[in-house]
Design a protein. Structure first.
Length: 259
């Protein structure tokens, strides 16, 4: 099995990238060719409306369609857009780490490629929340009714309850993918999760460090244009990964307590 990571920007217009961005928007991708053009155009428009220096990073997780070709095209044409990639598929956690390593912004903001939480709302709301917090988390359950199928809500509620028991997390939602935080906190974390439980690991370690987490109510639009994650099929791996996060958290806390 071979794997490679392309962490440097595909474009070479270094002079146009000289100004360091304040905001890095990081988008994980796996077989997203059906929605990528619309996602990219919406993100550009929203980021430009904020009137702050920004960059967009698309993180390819071993896609088998034209996803990588398309995001490389965005990067060639736009100096504020870059790409990370590895092959074969290695999971969301590895994709997040690739993008975190490549990010240059003071703030990193992640969101799903389908933009289920509309960036027109989520980008300004999460940036505002960061004025009083180290991490801002978009929530489907903090006050805005989510457009979300019942079977997925059942799994989501169960997983959130498990995280409360295992990690004492007070968050109403841990898995929307719409999260913003200051990049500087990464140097204090040790994120090792492979799958979507990476976000739980981030929140749990941040809590152990005493960092503040703000939850922001955001609308959620369930869109299956690019396919839908088979929740029941992937739940076993995610749960196993979450128990590993719990084991690593104990080690992480022992490290904090060591003289």
């Amino acid at each position: 099995m071979t794997a490679a990571t392309e962490k440097t920007p595909v474009n070479n217009r270094a002079t146009e990238r000289a100004e360091p961005p304040f905001l890095t928007v990081a988008i994980p991708c796996f077989d997203e060719e059906a929605i990528l053009p619309a996602t990219y155009q919406r993100l550009k428009k929203v980021c430009e409306s904020q009137r702050i220096p920004y960059e967009i990073i698309f993180g390819d997780d071993g896609s088998t369609d034209r996803t990588l070709e398309m995001i490389r095209g965005f990067s060639r044409d736009d100096p504020r857009t870059s790409v990370t990639t590895h092959f074969p598929n290695r999971g969301l956690g590895n994709t997040y780490r690739d993008m975190y390593s490549a990010a240059r912004g003071e703030v990193i903001m992640t969101m799903d490629c389908d933009l289920a939480m509309p960036p027109e709302v989520s980008v300004p709301a999460l940036l505002l929340a960061l004025k009083d917090a180290d991490i801002a988390v978009g929530s489907r359950y903090a006050g805005v009714k989510a457009d979300y199928p019942l079977k997925r809500r059942i799994f989501s509620w169960g997983y959130i309850f498990l995280n409360r028991v295992m990690f004492n997390l007070k968050l109403l939602d841990t898995q929307t993918g719409s999260v913003a935080f200051y990049r500087k906190i990464l140097s204090s974390l040790k994120l090792e999760a492979v799958g979507p439980e990476m976000l739980v690991e981030l929140f749990a370690q941040a809590g152990a460090l005493g960092l503040t987490i703000s939850e922001v109510a955001l609308p959620w639009i369930h869109d299956t244009t690019s396919g839908e994650t088979p929740v029941w099929k992937t739940s076993a791996g995610m749960l196993a990964g979450t128990f590993r996060v719990r084991w690593r958290l104990r080690r992480f806390k022992r490290g904090l307590a060591a003289p």
